[in-house]
Design a protein around this ligand. Structure first.
Ligand code: SAM
Length: 201
């Protein structure tokens, strides 16, 4: 794929996001994940980790509908969206997990989606290691807050430790696949792990 084509594709998703009112181009990545893997259902309770500025939460809300519930979490503040609850907090901090728990009452989540990305340093090994660490934290969150049979999606920057984290995820879910949505940039190393049917131990 030429650089020209990659930039055109990026521009296409950016314009399309503006046109339909999504806050981020990344909204289309979740749409493509949903089309292929059907991770979200009407009425689901969904926790969106790394939710700012809110594109994935918008798409998730469209899918789960009025009876569903979305809780978005990010270190950054997120401008309010009707019927979506946002929490400003760091998911590596136990207090944040406590706050999410409180918001959920006694219920567990049907789906946890994580598009969390570390601040990019430009050093590939460091960025990969940070993304794996954040993926582990998202997995810990899933182990605490996901219902038996629930689904989990997690972004990471591909690299030498990808296999290890996939093995960890495989211990907790019936089906685990890796996926690169078309809306991801060709030059980017980001991949998504799609894990279905959580096995609560
Ligand atoms: C690629 S953006 C998410 C885009 C979002 N999915 C959307 O569609 O609008 C990644 C987000 O992860 C957040 N993030 C990074 N580390 C985090 C952490 N430890 N806890 C919570 N959010 C974090 C960043 O602040 C950033 O907003």
């Amino acid at each position: 794929m030429t650089r020209w084509y990659i930039e055109k594709k990026k521009e296409h998703f950016y314009k399309e996001a503006k046109r339909v009112g999504y806050r981020a181009r990344s909204a289309f990545k979740l749409k493509q994940i949903q089309n292929k893997f059907k991770i979200l259902n009407i009425g689901d309770i969904v926790i969106d980790l790394g939710a700012a500025p809110g594109g994935w939460s918008q798409v998730a809300k469209e899918i789960v509908g009025k009876k569903g519930k979305i809780i978005g979490v990010d270190i950054l503040p997120i401008k309010p969206i009707n019927e979506i609850e946002f929490i400003q907090g760091d998911i590596t901090d136990k207090n944040t997990i406590q706050i999410i728990k409180q918001k959920m009452g006694n219920r567990k989540a049907d789906v946890i989606i994580s598009d969390i990305a570390p601040d990019i340093s430009g050093n590939y090994s460091i960025d990969h290691a940070r993304s794996i660490w954040l993926c582990e934290k998202a997995l810990d969150t899933a182990k605490t807050l996901l219902k038996h049979g629930g689904n989990f999606v997690c972004k990471l920057f591909d690299g030498e430790d990808t296999k290890k984290i996939i093995q960890q995820i495989e211990q907790c879910f019936s089906s685990v696949k890796r996926f690169t949505p078309q809306a991801s940039r060709k030059r980017s190393s980001e991949i998504y792990i799609i894990a279905k049917s959580f096995i609560k131990k």
